[in-house]
Design a protein around this ligand. Structure first.
Ligand code: MD5
Ligand code: FE
Length: 208
């Protein structure tokens, strides 16, 4: 069952099996503990994000991509795994979208109970290919906005563990954010005792 939130934005609740969710949590733990580890990025304002992030393929720093972890120890970013490319292609197909999909970046966001993400647009990629979003663990309120400004109109959607959302077409550059997490109760046993993980897959459009 899939639901169009807006033109080009498709929500597939429970797309990931519990087994797949467990495997992804294990993988995220390994990615987050490799090299300099997971970090909360610092914005140009000097504020630190409350979300902690680890990147594969390209390292995101507000507001650019680098092959090296320039705001950590400068080490090369970990490679983008083939199996995430396959997962991304499966996801875009499940959303009913046509075309090749060749993601080369994964951004893995970890939200503890107090973390949130303010309204923003994802404009650091050099393509208009869709963004694939996979949610694991605690649910959240996802605020899906408009393409004009941070404010209204917006729609609040609950994203739960195992949910897929693909943002393409006219929804690719909409404002969006995560104002809060939902209570941890009712989260399936996937090896994540608290907090939320979100994996996004993207095409950077950058030269390798
Ligand atoms: C999250 N992450 O739940 C979200 C999921 C981020 C981020 O926002 O930048 O890491 S991705 C949601 C998204 C991506 C691209 C476009 C749109 C939403 N959109 O047009 O609404 O941690
Ligand atoms: Fe975003």
């Amino acid at each position: 069952p899939r639901r169009e939130l807006a033109s080009g934005a498709v929500h597939v609740p429970g797309w990931l099996s519990v087994e797949r969710q467990r495997e992804l949590v294990v993988a995220c733990r390994a990615w987050a503990s490799e090299g300099p580890g997971i970090r909360a990025a610092t914005l140009p304002s000097g504020h630190q994000m409350s979300v902690r992030m680890v990147c594969l393929g390209w390292h995101w720093i507000p507001y650019r991509y680098s092959r090296t972890r320039d705001d950590q120890d400068g080490s090369p970013v970990a490679p983008f795994p083939d199996r995430l490319g396959e997962l991304g292609r499966d996801a875009v197909a499940a959303a009913g979208m046509p075309g090749d999909y060749r993601p080369d970046v994964a951004l893995i966001n970890f939200y503890d109970g107090d973390a949130r993400m303010g309204q923003h647009r994802d404009v650091d990629e050099r393509t208009d290919a869709p963004v694939v979003s996979l949610s694991l663990g605690a649910g959240c309120v996802f605020r899906f906005g408009n393409t004009e400004n941070r404010g209204k109109p917006y729609t609040d959607v609950d994203l739960l563990s195992g949910d897929l959302v693909v943002f393409g077409g006219p929804s690719r550059f909409a404002y969006h954010g995560v104002p809060r997490l939902l209570p941890d109760a009712d989260v399936p046993d996937i090896g994540l005792t608290s907090g939320r993980l979100n994996i996004t897959l993207r095409e950077s459009g950058l030269e390798s």
